[in-house]
Design a protein around this ligand. Structure first.
Ligand SMILES: [Zn+2]
Ligand SMILES: [Zn+2]
Ligand SMILES: [Zn+2]
Length: 543
């Protein structure tokens, strides 16, 4: 029986166009490319889905893609514009070291920008994500970003760092380079980094940031992620001055107005000045990650005051070795100190109520995440042992921590506070207006509960070393999470005890530390791994 004599029961070609299209749009680019080879009809049909969201993993492929667009060019005679296939979103992955190995020349920013502008001409509404990995901070194309325009790039993700094998070279020139003197040599990483300019130093500076923030190099940038890797040295480099202020001009930060998501991970170029600039000029920022960067507690105190009410997501990870965390804790434990000490915990309680996701890892954390002064006083009145710091009169209350007592008292306290304000309302609610207000309040509470359930709000707190105040304990934190708002998932980690408790709707479960906080686990791994994955910030702050 010859194949052509049998009519296939159903094939992609025989399906109505709309249905076939729905199928094509749901397929991955590689599947589409394979399908396109099956028949001429299918080839024609899959063209538009195939070109809508291409993912290209080299500059060469970007060139070919641009050439294809050029080949498919048609002219709109009325407007005189060239048209080609519709591209909705382009994802471009570049590894500068691989590019250089392939062509013998570094991939320079000019070429990249030119090609993106070429694609933009056909697709003025395209959005582009650029992901550059294994790049030195100051090598091409990253080095020359500020002298080019990259239109329609809405997402920029950079994996920056220095090639560990080149590190000693790059730091041996110039004065004050003793910083990396005592480093144990390690085997080179399998994937090479591009070569930094000799003498380049990763320190806070305006130039590093303006190319991302000025709005002229990346006029459409909404999401910026900087993941920096650096050598873990043993002492602060002599040239590094953490107090060095960075002065940004108005033009330097114009682009921040569009930024919605900012991730800075182990970036030695980041400091208080950059954080403050970000705070002042990024009104649309709702998703902020600051991980293992060198910022003071005074700056973080300001950040949490101003940003927490606006953000939807916050990840704040303070390095275990942070000297600022230590100083803040010391200040807090001086009895009846008159000094104002930056304390981060209370901010989360006061201003973090409406965030979908909070993650906070710090050397020291305490019950102020949950309790206000009034609640704590009531707890002590009911027999809570208090803390070793004592009360205002210096009386140290002591005894054993009673979890049942704590949860009972706090729950009772909060219910009464609610009904107190409720009965006050009721007492003088002759007016229809006030009834309406009470109803409105009830309704908004119900809406909030539904939103929390739907969006699955989460709170992750990780105690890296201990409690803010002497005598405080981690189990108390877990108990306090049990009496928090329903629907919010709490994860409380305690690195020294290697324990994690998860709490949801008053129910506590134990979890594995390495499952819940893998990033911290990695950081505590074998020293040789640590050399590669740890950031120089840590070494700086270790002094
Ligand atoms: Zn750098
Ligand atoms: Zn370095
Ligand atoms: Zn605290």
């Amino acid at each position: 029986m010859s194949q052509s004599s049998v009519k296939p029961v159903a094939s992609l070609e025989s399906l109505p166009t709309e249905i076939a299209d729905t199928i094509y749009y749901s397929l991955t680019p590689s599947t589409l490319a394979r399908l396109a080879r099956v028949s001429k009809d299918i080839y024609a049909a899959v063209q538009s889905p195939l070109y809508r969201k291409p993912v290209l993993n080299s500059f060469r492929k970007l060139q070919l893609f641009a050439r294809t667009l050029k080949g498919a060019e048609t002219w709109d005679f009325r407007s005189g514009d060239a048209e080609s296939k519709t591209v909705v979103h382009l994802t471009l992955l570049i590894e500068p070291a691989v590019e250089e190995a392939r062509t013998g020349k570094p991939l320079i920013a000019v070429l990249l920008a030119r090609l993106l502008r070429f694609i933009e001409r056909y697709n003025p509404h395209i959005t582009i994500s650029i992901i550059i990995s294994h790049s030195a901070c100051d090598s091409q194309p990253v080095r020359s970003f500020e002298s080019e325009v990259f239109p329609r790039v809405t997402t920029l993700i950079l994996d920056l760092g220095e090639d560990p094998t080149l590190q000693s070279d790059s730091h041996s020139s110039g004065s004050g380079s003793r910083a990396h003197g005592s480093i144990v040599p390690i085997r080179p990483m399998r994937r090479p980094y591009s070569r930094p300019t000799p003498g380049h130093r990763c320190v806070p500076n305006a130039k590093f940031w303006t190319r991302f923030f000025n709005g002229s190099s990346f006029p459409h940038l909404q999401r910026l992620e900087l993941h920096h890797r650096s050598w873990r040295g043993t002492s602060t480099p002599a040239y590094y001055n953490p107090a060095e202020p960075i002065l940004f001009t108005t033009e330097d930060t114009l682009g921040l107005a569009k930024i919605e998501r900012l991730v800075v991970n182990c970036v030695p170029e980041f400091n208080d000045s950059v954080l403050m600039a970000g705070l002042q000029h990024a009104p649309r920022l709702t998703d902020l990650h600051i991980e293992d960067c060198r910022v003071t507690y005074i700056a973080l105190d300001k950040l949490l005051t101003h940003a927490l009410p606006i953000l939807h997501r916050l990840v704040l990870r303070i390095p275990r070795e942070s000297p600022f965390a230590r100083t803040a804790r010391e200040g807090m434990n001086i009895r009846n100190s008159v000094e104002e000490n930056p304390h981060l915990c209370p901010h989360f309680r006061k201003n973090g109520r409406n965030l979908k996701h909070i993650e906070f890892a710090a050397p020291f954390i305490c019950r102020d995440l949950f309790l206000d002064g009034y609640e704590f006083k009531k707890l002590v009145d009911s027999g809570h042992p208090g803390s070793l710091q004592g009360d205002v009169n210096g009386n140290i209350v002591s005894g054993n921590l009673d979890i049942v007592l704590i949860t009972g008292v706090v729950r009772h306290l909060r219910q009464n506070r609610e009904t107190d304000s409720g009965t006050q309302k009721a007492a003088c609610s002759e007016s229809f207006e006030e009834d309406k207000q009470a109803l409105e309040k009830e309704r908004s509470l119900r809406t909030r509960r539904a939103t929390i359930q739907k969006q699955k709000w989460t709170r992750k707190y990780n105690v890296l070393e201990g409690m803010c105040i002497d005598g405080d304990t981690y189990p108390e934190l877990v108990a306090l999470a049990e009496v928090e708002e329903d629907g919010i998932a709490w994860t409380l980690g305690h690195a020294p005890g290697n324990t994690v408790s998860t709490v949801l709707d008053g129910m506590t479960r134990e979890a594995r530390y390495e499952d819940e906080f893998p990033e911290d686990q990695r950081r505590r791994a074998a020293p040789s791994r640590r050399v590669r994955e740890h950031d120089m910030n840590d070494s700086l702050s270790a002094v």
